[in-house]
Design a protein around this ligand. Structure first.
Ligand code: PA5
Length: 439
Protein backbone atom coordinates (compact mmCIF):
# COMPACT_ATOMS: atom_id res chain seq x y z
CA UNK A 1 0.00 0.00 0.00
CA UNK A 2 1.19 3.56 -0.64
CA UNK A 3 2.16 5.53 2.48
CA UNK A 4 2.02 9.22 3.34
CA UNK A 5 4.26 10.94 5.83
CA UNK A 6 4.61 14.54 6.94
CA UNK A 7 6.83 13.78 9.93
CA UNK A 8 10.25 14.88 8.78
CA UNK A 9 8.73 17.58 6.77
CA UNK A 10 7.54 20.54 8.58
CA UNK A 11 10.79 22.15 9.68
CA UNK A 12 10.08 25.33 11.57
CA UNK A 13 7.20 26.33 9.30
CA UNK A 14 4.34 24.60 11.10
CA UNK A 15 4.20 21.97 13.79
CA UNK A 16 2.20 18.81 14.25
CA UNK A 17 -0.22 20.75 16.45
CA UNK A 18 -1.27 22.98 13.57
CA UNK A 19 -2.09 19.93 11.49
CA UNK A 20 -3.93 18.30 14.39
CA UNK A 21 -6.01 21.41 14.86
CA UNK A 22 -7.03 21.26 11.19
CA UNK A 23 -8.13 17.63 11.47
CA UNK A 24 -11.68 18.35 12.69
CA UNK A 25 -12.18 20.57 9.61
CA UNK A 26 -10.74 17.83 7.41
CA UNK A 27 -13.11 15.26 8.93
CA UNK A 28 -16.09 17.56 8.33
CA UNK A 29 -14.96 18.07 4.74
CA UNK A 30 -14.72 14.30 4.28
CA UNK A 31 -18.22 13.86 5.70
CA UNK A 32 -19.58 16.42 3.24
CA UNK A 33 -17.91 14.58 0.39
CA UNK A 34 -19.11 11.16 1.45
CA UNK A 35 -22.64 12.27 2.34
CA UNK A 36 -23.00 14.47 -0.73
CA UNK A 37 -23.82 17.60 1.26
CA UNK A 38 -21.05 19.86 -0.08
CA UNK A 39 -20.88 22.27 -3.02
CA UNK A 40 -20.88 20.60 -6.43
CA UNK A 41 -22.47 17.44 -5.01
CA UNK A 42 -23.88 16.55 -8.42
CA UNK A 43 -20.29 15.74 -9.47
CA UNK A 44 -19.23 13.26 -6.83
CA UNK A 45 -20.01 10.10 -8.77
CA UNK A 46 -16.28 9.27 -8.69
CA UNK A 47 -16.26 8.79 -4.88
CA UNK A 48 -17.69 5.26 -5.01
CA UNK A 49 -16.77 4.67 -8.63
CA UNK A 50 -13.91 2.14 -8.37
CA UNK A 51 -15.90 -0.47 -6.41
CA UNK A 52 -18.93 0.20 -8.63
CA UNK A 53 -17.19 -0.73 -11.89
CA UNK A 54 -18.73 -4.00 -13.04
CA UNK A 55 -16.87 -6.94 -14.54
CA UNK A 56 -19.13 -6.52 -17.55
CA UNK A 57 -18.03 -2.92 -18.23
CA UNK A 58 -14.37 -3.85 -17.82
CA UNK A 59 -14.86 -6.72 -20.27
CA UNK A 60 -16.54 -4.43 -22.78
CA UNK A 61 -13.66 -1.97 -22.53
CA UNK A 62 -11.14 -4.79 -22.93
CA UNK A 63 -13.02 -6.19 -25.93
CA UNK A 64 -13.04 -2.86 -27.79
CA UNK A 65 -9.39 -2.31 -26.84
CA UNK A 66 -8.46 -5.75 -28.21
CA UNK A 67 -10.22 -5.09 -31.48
CA UNK A 68 -8.41 -1.72 -31.89
CA UNK A 69 -5.12 -3.45 -31.01
CA UNK A 70 -5.75 -6.10 -33.66
CA UNK A 71 -6.55 -3.61 -36.42
CA UNK A 72 -4.40 -0.57 -35.69
CA UNK A 73 -0.74 0.32 -35.48
CA UNK A 74 -1.67 3.65 -33.91
CA UNK A 75 -4.71 4.70 -31.91
CA UNK A 76 -5.02 8.45 -31.51
CA UNK A 77 -6.73 9.50 -28.29
CA UNK A 78 -8.33 12.88 -28.87
CA UNK A 79 -9.22 14.95 -25.79
CA UNK A 80 -8.05 17.79 -23.58
CA UNK A 81 -7.72 18.40 -19.82
CA UNK A 82 -9.43 15.68 -17.83
CA UNK A 83 -10.32 13.96 -21.09
CA UNK A 84 -6.70 12.98 -21.74
CA UNK A 85 -4.33 13.61 -18.84
CA UNK A 86 -5.24 10.51 -16.81
CA UNK A 87 -4.68 8.13 -19.72
CA UNK A 88 -1.48 9.90 -20.74
CA UNK A 89 -0.18 9.79 -17.14
CA UNK A 90 -0.80 6.07 -16.68
CA UNK A 91 0.43 5.04 -20.13
CA UNK A 92 3.67 7.00 -19.74
CA UNK A 93 4.25 5.66 -16.24
CA UNK A 94 3.86 2.05 -17.35
CA UNK A 95 5.56 2.20 -20.75
CA UNK A 96 9.15 1.49 -21.67
CA UNK A 97 10.95 4.85 -21.76
CA UNK A 98 11.79 4.29 -25.42
CA UNK A 99 8.57 2.59 -26.48
CA UNK A 100 8.16 5.08 -29.31
CA UNK A 101 11.30 3.69 -30.97
CA UNK A 102 10.47 0.02 -30.38
CA UNK A 103 8.11 -1.35 -32.99
CA UNK A 104 6.11 -3.91 -30.97
CA UNK A 105 2.44 -3.33 -30.16
CA UNK A 106 -0.16 -0.70 -30.87
CA UNK A 107 0.98 2.81 -29.98
CA UNK A 108 -1.39 5.25 -28.32
CA UNK A 109 -0.87 8.82 -29.52
CA UNK A 110 -2.60 11.96 -28.28
CA UNK A 111 -4.18 14.88 -30.12
CA UNK A 112 -6.75 17.57 -29.46
CA UNK A 113 -4.89 18.78 -26.37
CA UNK A 114 -3.46 21.79 -28.20
CA UNK A 115 -4.15 23.83 -31.34
CA UNK A 116 -0.65 23.49 -32.75
CA UNK A 117 -0.83 23.45 -36.52
CA UNK A 118 2.59 21.85 -36.84
CA UNK A 119 1.62 19.20 -34.28
CA UNK A 120 -1.45 18.24 -36.29
CA UNK A 121 0.45 18.41 -39.56
CA UNK A 122 3.20 16.12 -38.28
CA UNK A 123 0.68 13.69 -36.80
CA UNK A 124 -1.25 13.46 -40.07
CA UNK A 125 1.98 12.93 -41.98
CA UNK A 126 2.84 10.07 -39.62
CA UNK A 127 -0.60 8.49 -40.01
CA UNK A 128 -1.00 8.98 -43.77
CA UNK A 129 0.11 5.49 -44.83
CA UNK A 130 -0.52 3.72 -41.52
CA UNK A 131 -3.35 1.69 -40.03
CA UNK A 132 -4.88 3.89 -37.36
CA UNK A 133 -7.96 4.28 -35.22
CA UNK A 134 -9.38 7.08 -33.12
CA UNK A 135 -10.77 7.35 -29.60
CA UNK A 136 -12.44 10.74 -29.37
CA UNK A 137 -13.27 11.91 -25.86
CA UNK A 138 -15.27 14.94 -24.78
CA UNK A 139 -17.78 15.04 -21.98
CA UNK A 140 -19.42 18.24 -23.19
CA UNK A 141 -18.95 17.11 -26.77
CA UNK A 142 -18.34 20.70 -27.81
CA UNK A 143 -14.73 21.50 -26.83
CA UNK A 144 -12.92 23.27 -29.68
CA UNK A 145 -9.44 21.71 -29.45
CA UNK A 146 -10.57 18.05 -29.71
CA UNK A 147 -13.29 18.96 -32.23
CA UNK A 148 -10.67 20.42 -34.63
CA UNK A 149 -8.38 17.40 -34.25
CA UNK A 150 -11.27 14.99 -34.74
CA UNK A 151 -12.53 16.73 -37.87
CA UNK A 152 -9.04 16.50 -39.40
CA UNK A 153 -8.30 12.89 -38.41
CA UNK A 154 -11.77 11.62 -39.27
CA UNK A 155 -11.37 13.14 -42.72
CA UNK A 156 -7.93 11.55 -43.11
CA UNK A 157 -9.18 8.13 -41.99
CA UNK A 158 -12.27 8.22 -44.20
CA UNK A 159 -10.15 9.17 -47.23
CA UNK A 160 -7.77 6.34 -46.39
CA UNK A 161 -10.20 3.45 -45.76
CA UNK A 162 -13.66 4.74 -46.67
CA UNK A 163 -16.47 5.85 -44.38
CA UNK A 164 -17.66 2.36 -43.44
CA UNK A 165 -14.32 0.98 -42.25
CA UNK A 166 -13.46 4.32 -40.62
CA UNK A 167 -16.63 4.10 -38.55
CA UNK A 168 -15.46 0.70 -37.25
CA UNK A 169 -12.18 2.22 -36.13
CA UNK A 170 -13.64 5.22 -34.31
CA UNK A 171 -14.83 5.08 -30.70
CA UNK A 172 -16.50 8.08 -29.06
CA UNK A 173 -16.59 8.63 -25.31
CA UNK A 174 -19.03 11.34 -24.29
CA UNK A 175 -22.19 12.22 -22.36
CA UNK A 176 -25.01 9.70 -22.62
CA UNK A 177 -27.48 12.08 -24.23
CA UNK A 178 -26.20 15.55 -25.07
CA UNK A 179 -23.51 17.39 -27.03
CA UNK A 180 -22.33 17.58 -30.64
CA UNK A 181 -20.11 14.50 -30.26
CA UNK A 182 -23.04 12.36 -29.07
CA UNK A 183 -25.10 13.46 -32.11
CA UNK A 184 -22.21 12.87 -34.49
CA UNK A 185 -21.52 9.42 -33.04
CA UNK A 186 -25.18 8.44 -33.36
CA UNK A 187 -25.37 9.70 -36.96
CA UNK A 188 -22.17 7.92 -38.00
CA UNK A 189 -22.87 4.74 -36.04
CA UNK A 190 -19.68 4.79 -33.91
CA UNK A 191 -19.14 2.51 -30.98
CA UNK A 192 -19.59 4.68 -27.86
CA UNK A 193 -18.89 4.67 -24.14
CA UNK A 194 -20.56 6.97 -21.65
CA UNK A 195 -18.89 9.41 -19.25
CA UNK A 196 -21.21 9.34 -16.23
CA UNK A 197 -22.96 12.70 -15.86
CA UNK A 198 -21.92 12.91 -12.18
CA UNK A 199 -18.18 12.50 -12.89
CA UNK A 200 -16.23 15.59 -13.99
CA UNK A 201 -13.38 15.41 -16.51
CA UNK A 202 -10.46 15.54 -14.08
CA UNK A 203 -12.02 12.82 -11.91
CA UNK A 204 -12.75 10.54 -14.88
CA UNK A 205 -9.57 8.49 -15.37
CA UNK A 206 -11.22 5.37 -13.92
CA UNK A 207 -14.13 5.59 -16.40
CA UNK A 208 -13.75 4.58 -20.08
CA UNK A 209 -12.09 8.01 -20.58
CA UNK A 210 -8.91 6.65 -19.04
CA UNK A 211 -9.50 2.91 -19.07
CA UNK A 212 -10.02 2.45 -22.82
CA UNK A 213 -6.78 4.16 -23.99
CA UNK A 214 -4.87 2.45 -21.15
CA UNK A 215 -6.22 -0.95 -22.23
CA UNK A 216 -5.36 -0.17 -25.87
CA UNK A 217 -1.80 0.53 -24.74
CA UNK A 218 -1.75 -3.02 -23.37
CA UNK A 219 -2.00 -2.36 -19.63
CA UNK A 220 -4.07 -4.13 -17.02
CA UNK A 221 -7.09 -1.94 -16.27
CA UNK A 222 -8.50 -4.43 -13.75
CA UNK A 223 -5.36 -4.10 -11.65
CA UNK A 224 -5.57 -0.30 -11.91
CA UNK A 225 -9.19 -0.30 -10.71
CA UNK A 226 -8.36 -2.80 -7.94
CA UNK A 227 -5.59 -0.49 -6.75
CA UNK A 228 -8.10 2.35 -6.51
CA UNK A 229 -10.50 0.08 -4.60
CA UNK A 230 -7.72 -0.60 -2.03
CA UNK A 231 -7.78 3.08 -1.09
CA UNK A 232 -11.55 3.47 -1.45
CA UNK A 233 -12.00 0.69 1.11
CA UNK A 234 -9.18 1.74 3.45
CA UNK A 235 -9.70 4.11 6.35
CA UNK A 236 -9.30 7.70 5.28
CA UNK A 237 -6.26 8.57 7.42
CA UNK A 238 -3.87 8.98 4.46
CA UNK A 239 -6.32 11.21 2.66
CA UNK A 240 -7.13 13.30 5.75
CA UNK A 241 -3.48 13.72 6.67
CA UNK A 242 -2.43 14.92 3.24
CA UNK A 243 -5.42 17.25 2.84
CA UNK A 244 -4.95 18.72 6.33
CA UNK A 245 -1.18 19.11 6.01
CA UNK A 246 -1.28 20.94 2.67
CA UNK A 247 -3.98 23.30 4.00
CA UNK A 248 -2.00 23.94 7.21
CA UNK A 249 1.01 24.81 5.07
CA UNK A 250 -1.10 27.04 2.81
CA UNK A 251 -2.39 28.94 5.84
CA UNK A 252 1.22 29.36 6.95
CA UNK A 253 2.02 31.16 3.68
CA UNK A 254 3.16 28.22 1.56
CA UNK A 255 1.23 29.11 -1.58
CA UNK A 256 2.85 26.72 -4.05
CA UNK A 257 3.03 22.93 -3.84
CA UNK A 258 5.61 21.25 -6.03
CA UNK A 259 5.08 17.58 -6.84
CA UNK A 260 8.49 15.96 -7.09
CA UNK A 261 9.45 12.71 -8.76
CA UNK A 262 12.76 10.93 -9.24
CA UNK A 263 11.59 8.83 -12.18
CA UNK A 264 11.03 10.44 -15.58
CA UNK A 265 8.12 8.05 -16.19
CA UNK A 266 6.11 10.06 -13.66
CA UNK A 267 6.37 13.34 -15.56
CA UNK A 268 2.82 13.12 -16.89
CA UNK A 269 1.46 11.80 -13.62
CA UNK A 270 2.47 15.19 -12.22
CA UNK A 271 0.69 16.91 -15.13
CA UNK A 272 -2.47 14.98 -14.22
CA UNK A 273 -2.06 15.93 -10.53
CA UNK A 274 -1.47 19.60 -11.38
CA UNK A 275 -4.71 19.74 -13.34
CA UNK A 276 -6.64 17.84 -10.68
CA UNK A 277 -5.70 20.24 -7.88
CA UNK A 278 -5.22 23.41 -9.92
CA UNK A 279 -8.60 23.28 -11.63
CA UNK A 280 -10.36 22.08 -8.48
CA UNK A 281 -8.98 24.60 -6.00
CA UNK A 282 -7.86 27.69 -7.89
CA UNK A 283 -10.96 29.85 -7.59
CA UNK A 284 -12.39 32.80 -5.64
CA UNK A 285 -8.85 34.20 -5.54
CA UNK A 286 -7.72 31.26 -3.42
CA UNK A 287 -5.91 27.97 -3.83
CA UNK A 288 -2.45 26.45 -3.74
CA UNK A 289 -0.61 26.88 -7.07
CA UNK A 290 0.42 23.42 -8.27
CA UNK A 291 3.79 22.95 -9.91
CA UNK A 292 6.00 19.96 -10.61
CA UNK A 293 9.62 19.02 -11.15
CA UNK A 294 11.42 15.91 -12.42
CA UNK A 295 14.52 15.27 -10.30
CA UNK A 296 17.38 14.98 -10.61
CA UNK A 297 16.94 16.63 -14.04
CA UNK A 298 15.42 19.81 -12.61
CA UNK A 299 17.88 20.01 -9.73
CA UNK A 300 20.07 21.54 -12.42
CA UNK A 301 17.46 24.16 -13.25
CA UNK A 302 14.75 24.84 -10.66
CA UNK A 303 16.80 23.26 -7.87
CA UNK A 304 18.49 26.60 -7.21
CA UNK A 305 15.15 28.41 -6.84
CA UNK A 306 13.74 25.71 -4.61
CA UNK A 307 16.81 25.78 -2.33
CA UNK A 308 17.16 29.54 -2.01
CA UNK A 309 14.30 31.40 -3.71
CA UNK A 310 11.22 32.94 -2.10
CA UNK A 311 10.11 30.79 0.85
CA UNK A 312 6.50 30.29 -0.25
CA UNK A 313 6.75 26.70 -1.42
CA UNK A 314 6.49 23.17 -0.13
CA UNK A 315 7.23 19.88 -1.86
CA UNK A 316 5.34 16.61 -2.05
CA UNK A 317 7.78 13.90 -3.06
CA UNK A 318 6.61 10.72 -4.76
CA UNK A 319 9.25 8.23 -3.76
CA UNK A 320 9.24 4.94 -5.65
CA UNK A 321 10.88 2.23 -3.56
CA UNK A 322 11.84 -0.23 -6.30
CA UNK A 323 13.08 0.28 -9.85
CA UNK A 324 11.81 -2.31 -12.35
CA UNK A 325 15.21 -3.21 -13.74
CA UNK A 326 18.71 -3.60 -12.41
CA UNK A 327 21.62 -1.63 -13.89
CA UNK A 328 24.95 -1.58 -12.02
CA UNK A 329 27.73 0.93 -12.51
CA UNK A 330 30.79 -0.93 -13.85
CA UNK A 331 34.27 -0.84 -12.29
CA UNK A 332 36.92 0.81 -14.48
CA UNK A 333 40.63 0.15 -13.93
CA UNK A 334 41.71 3.54 -15.22
CA UNK A 335 39.04 5.38 -13.21
CA UNK A 336 39.65 8.48 -15.29
CA UNK A 337 36.15 9.73 -14.46
CA UNK A 338 36.77 9.12 -10.70
CA UNK A 339 33.55 7.14 -10.42
CA UNK A 340 34.96 3.95 -8.87
CA UNK A 341 33.65 5.03 -5.45
CA UNK A 342 30.18 4.02 -6.71
CA UNK A 343 31.29 1.08 -8.87
CA UNK A 344 29.11 -1.98 -8.29
CA UNK A 345 26.18 0.06 -7.02
CA UNK A 346 22.83 0.05 -8.77
CA UNK A 347 21.92 3.30 -10.52
CA UNK A 348 18.80 3.36 -8.34
CA UNK A 349 20.93 3.39 -5.17
CA UNK A 350 22.60 6.55 -6.40
CA UNK A 351 19.19 8.02 -7.28
CA UNK A 352 17.93 7.22 -3.76
CA UNK A 353 20.90 9.02 -2.20
CA UNK A 354 20.22 12.01 -4.44
CA UNK A 355 16.62 11.90 -3.25
CA UNK A 356 17.50 11.70 0.43
CA UNK A 357 20.22 14.33 0.13
CA UNK A 358 17.84 16.67 -1.68
CA UNK A 359 15.04 16.19 0.84
CA UNK A 360 17.40 17.07 3.69
CA UNK A 361 18.87 20.05 1.83
CA UNK A 362 15.43 21.42 0.96
CA UNK A 363 14.22 21.01 4.54
CA UNK A 364 17.33 22.89 5.70
CA UNK A 365 16.47 25.55 3.14
CA UNK A 366 13.00 26.02 4.70
CA UNK A 367 11.01 23.91 2.24
CA UNK A 368 8.61 21.55 4.02
CA UNK A 369 8.74 18.10 2.44
CA UNK A 370 5.77 15.75 2.38
CA UNK A 371 6.50 12.19 1.36
CA UNK A 372 4.40 9.66 -0.52
CA UNK A 373 6.05 6.23 -0.66
CA UNK A 374 5.09 3.92 -3.50
CA UNK A 375 6.43 0.32 -3.56
CA UNK A 376 6.83 0.30 -7.37
CA UNK A 377 5.34 1.77 -10.51
CA UNK A 378 2.60 -0.67 -11.49
CA UNK A 379 -1.09 -0.58 -12.34
CA UNK A 380 -1.99 -1.42 -8.73
CA UNK A 381 -0.03 1.42 -7.15
CA UNK A 382 -0.97 3.94 -9.83
CA UNK A 383 -4.61 3.06 -9.10
CA UNK A 384 -3.95 3.68 -5.40
CA UNK A 385 -2.25 7.01 -6.10
CA UNK A 386 -5.03 8.15 -8.42
CA UNK A 387 -7.84 7.52 -5.97
CA UNK A 388 -5.79 8.83 -3.01
CA UNK A 389 -5.12 12.13 -4.80
CA UNK A 390 -8.72 12.42 -6.03
CA UNK A 391 -10.24 11.91 -2.61
CA UNK A 392 -7.73 14.19 -0.90
CA UNK A 393 -8.52 16.80 -3.55
CA UNK A 394 -12.24 16.70 -2.75
CA UNK A 395 -11.51 16.99 0.99
CA UNK A 396 -8.92 19.72 0.48
CA UNK A 397 -11.28 21.76 -1.73
CA UNK A 398 -13.95 21.65 0.96
CA UNK A 399 -11.43 22.68 3.64
CA UNK A 400 -10.60 25.64 1.39
CA UNK A 401 -14.33 26.29 1.14
CA UNK A 402 -14.59 26.26 -2.65
CA UNK A 403 -16.59 24.05 -5.00
CA UNK A 404 -13.85 21.66 -6.15
CA UNK A 405 -15.96 20.26 -8.99
CA UNK A 406 -16.57 23.23 -11.25
CA UNK A 407 -14.21 25.27 -13.42
CA UNK A 408 -15.96 28.58 -14.24
CA UNK A 409 -12.65 30.31 -14.94
CA UNK A 410 -11.97 28.13 -17.98
CA UNK A 411 -14.74 29.93 -19.89
CA UNK A 412 -13.01 33.35 -19.98
CA UNK A 413 -10.48 32.52 -22.70
CA UNK A 414 -13.06 30.60 -24.71
CA UNK A 415 -15.42 33.59 -24.84
CA UNK A 416 -12.65 35.83 -26.20
CA UNK A 417 -11.43 33.20 -28.66
CA UNK A 418 -14.97 32.63 -30.00
CA UNK A 419 -15.50 36.38 -30.28
CA UNK A 420 -12.22 36.79 -32.18
CA UNK A 421 -13.10 33.88 -34.47
CA UNK A 422 -16.59 35.36 -34.98
CA UNK A 423 -18.35 32.18 -33.88
CA UNK A 424 -22.11 32.47 -34.50
CA UNK A 425 -23.77 33.57 -31.26
CA UNK A 426 -20.78 35.67 -30.18
CA UNK A 427 -21.48 38.76 -32.34
CA UNK A 428 -21.88 41.14 -29.39
CA UNK A 429 -18.69 39.93 -27.71
CA UNK A 430 -16.97 40.14 -31.08
CA UNK A 431 -17.73 43.85 -31.48
CA UNK A 432 -16.72 44.56 -27.89
CA UNK A 433 -13.43 42.75 -28.14
CA UNK A 434 -12.50 44.30 -31.49
CA UNK A 435 -13.27 47.76 -30.11
CA UNK A 436 -11.03 46.95 -27.13
CA UNK A 437 -8.17 45.89 -29.40
CA UNK A 438 -8.50 49.08 -31.48
CA UNK A 439 -7.78 51.27 -28.44
O1 PA5 B 1 -11.64 18.58 -15.64
C1 PA5 B 1 -12.39 19.08 -16.46
O2 PA5 B 1 -13.61 19.10 -16.33
C2 PA5 B 1 -11.83 19.71 -17.71
O3 PA5 B 1 -10.44 19.70 -17.71
C3 PA5 B 1 -12.33 18.97 -18.95
O4 PA5 B 1 -11.94 17.63 -18.86
C4 PA5 B 1 -11.79 19.59 -20.23
O5 PA5 B 1 -12.11 20.95 -20.28
C5 PA5 B 1 -12.35 18.89 -21.45
O6 PA5 B 1 -13.73 18.96 -21.45
P1 PA5 B 1 -14.60 18.01 -22.36
O7 PA5 B 1 -14.39 16.63 -21.93
O8 PA5 B 1 -16.02 18.48 -22.13
O9 PA5 B 1 -14.17 18.23 -23.78
Amino acid sequence: MIKFSNKAALGNVICGQEIDSLMPEARKALEKLENGTGAGNDFIGWVNLPSGISEQSLSQIQEVANSLRETCEFVVTIGIGGSYLGAKAVIEALSDNFAAYKPAGTKVLFAGNNIGEDYLHDLMELLRERRFGIIVISKSGTTTEPAIAFRLLKDLLEKQVGKKVAAQRIVAITDEHKGALRNLATQEGYKTFVIPSNVGGRFSVLTPVGLLPIAVAGFDVRALVNGAINIEKADNELVLNYAATRNALYRAGKKTEILVNYNPKLHFFAEWWKQLYGESEGKENKGIFTASVDFTTDLHSMGQWIQEGERTIFETVISVEKADNEVRIPYDDANLDALNYIAGKRVDEVNKMAELGTRLAHQDGGVPNLLIQVPEISEKYLGQLIYFFEKACGVSGYILNVNPFNQPGVEAYKKNMFALLKKPGFEAESEAILARLDK
